[in-house]
Design a protein around this ligand. Sequence first.
Ligand code: ADP
Ligand code: UDP
Length: 244
Amino acid sequence: MPATDRQPKYKRILLKLSGEALMGGEEFGIDPRVLDRMALEIGQLIGIGVQVGMVIGGGNLFRGAALSAAGMDRVTGDHMGMLATVMNALAMRDALERSNIATRVMSAIPMSGVVDHYDRRAALRFLTSGDVVIFSAGTGNPFFTTDSAACLRGIEVDADLVIKATKVDGVYDSDPVKNPSAVKYDSLSYDEVLDRKLGVMDLTAICLVRDHQMPLRVFNMNKPGALLNLVLGGNEGTLVRGSE
Ligand SMILES: Nc1ncnc2c1ncn2[C@@H]1O[C@H](COP(=O)(O)OP(=O)(O)O)[C@@H](O)[C@H]1O
Ligand SMILES: O=c1ccn([C@@H]2O[C@H](COP(=O)(O)OP(=O)(O)O)[C@@H](O)[C@H]2O)c(=O)[nH]1
């Protein structure tokens, strides 16, 4: 049966893309080819009736921790990092709308005239009507990450699954970029991620999904078709969930 004749396993998802993922082959900034490919893959999800919320990172432009290590005030650096996520969200909206996918950008930091201020009830209405909603500016607070923002928004909008799109194939017993013999998990519990200090997402984010029993899947966004397969119930990457 062709993949698109199948019913999605999840009705509403929250997809987290790292800012670095948007760089593609570039040294800095945004590779328009990555945006177009993501728009195509997200369009496939919308086409089978999946509601898509997104959080995009800002690491391709600025990270507060890196700016602070270079001497800048940390909170100022984090504000710059959050503004970077708004720029990425605008670029993603542009690519989605060029593909005729209705898209809303909301920001945790008010930015009148540029994007809407985050409003959960409005976001729920947009998601229900089939628009992609991109939640930008992270949580709006310094000292947090966009992984935490993705888990927070996923819980708030009652998503069925939080999906972290990354450069590696899932969660491993150690960082696979540093250790070529690292072994991948098909699934594991929140507590196993915490106890084994598996560094694929920060602790705040993992604690949030654990406390709200929100399932999380980590997968390789460079694998064509993986996102659709995953939403159809395929075994892509690693599932992090409560213990049985
Ligand atoms: N146990 C682990 N399993 C998988 N990836 C890990 C693990 N520990 C560290 N990592 C790293 O986490 C990264 C994924 O996080 P991501 O947020 O996409 O990247 P970044 O933090 O560079 O923006 C992977 O590229 C990988 O190098
Ligand atoms: O709630 C948040 C989310 C993000 N950031 C800042 O924005 C930067 C970019 O986000 P992140 O590092 O999570 O992006 P990614 O690694 O996903 O590209 C972070 O480094 C922080 O400086 C923040 O201060 N609060």
